[in-house]
Design a protein around this ligand. Sequence first.
Ligand SMILES: Nc1nc2c(ncn2[C@@H]2O[C@H](COP(=O)(O)OP(=O)(O)O[C@H]3O[C@H](CO)[C@@H](O)[C@H](O)[C@@H]3O)[C@@H](O)[C@H]2O)c(=O)[nH]1
Length: 317
Amino acid sequence: MKALITGITGFVGSHLAEHLLGEGIEVTGTMRSHSSLRHIRHLLPDMCLYECELMDAQAVERMMADIRPDLIFHLAAQSFVPLSWESPAETMTNNIVGQVHLLEAVRKLGLASKVLIACSSEEYGHVEEDEVPVKETNPLRPISPYAVSKIAQDYLGYQYFKTYGQHIIRTRTFNHHGPRRGEQFVSSNFAKQIAEIEKGLKPPVLYVGNVDAKRDFTDVRDVVRAYRMAMDNCEAGEIYNIASGQCHEIREVIRILLSYSTVDITIEEDKTRLRPSDVKVLVGDYSKFYEQTGWKPEIPFEQTMKDLLNYWRNELA
Ligand SMILES: Nc1nc2c(ncn2[C@@H]2O[C@H](COP(=O)(O)OP(=O)(O)O[C@H]3O[C@H](CO)[C@@H](O)[C@H](O)[C@@H]3O)[C@@H](O)[C@H]2O)c(=O)[nH]1
């Protein structure tokens, strides 16, 4: 069986590649000319890399004609919410047009590939207190350009399923973290700052943004297991939440990370980290996905936080 992972050099892509290779699946990943290989270098002897700019429709079609994958995990995206206010047009173009090129290639080549589109809980946006944990049927009230781009990806998937009968599975994945998480995302950013302070590279001050926000975090290793199970068990055209069902305030993320460190650290708000609008609370109901696949998150939140901090300690060693 052949799998294609778009955005393989990223955080989720590298973990997914490891997971699929472990199952004996042939893996090819797309990368851009400037992508760093540091997260996947250890896998290179066992997988193929394909340099392909998803903005280039012809390049995407050529690649798909070469690979003809059975499974396509579409992960490539501009995924940092704050960047979507700075560069809304680029976020829309990257996230939406790249996916159109991919699905058009599947259509033009008449491929029977199963496609998983990694959509986001950020699509739910503003959520009322009495709506949590949110189900897939919750209204989508996006409050960032990123969320709008993900809704477009989500509904493009639905449209290609309805119009052309493509085998498209959409997942709305809630926050996920773990080793290799990009340093701009909350738990990884805090873990990296703590590791730098421990090493004496920075004064003992942890800079933070909105600590009142509440999020539902799943370990990335559980998430990639879910993506693989989705391909075998989920129904084409359907949408599934992937979440832990647990709610954590950002101040709790800080408290837990600090409890693993022996250094005295003070916390300071950095106003540049505040967003024009921030989703207050996201907690997911993953029962639809559980009923379809039997998947449950296995790695405890505290374990992920420990692994993340140790990841940064090793990176800085
Ligand atoms: N990044 C960051 N966030 C902070 C900080 N301090 C507080 N926060 C708050 O921590 C929350 C999580 O921020 P991120 O880690 O940047 O994630 P996100 O905006 O929730 O989006 C992530 O999850 C989505 C799934 O819901 C993904 O779709 C998206 O790509 C990303 O991974 C937000 O409420 C943010 O305001 C900080 O210093 N840095």
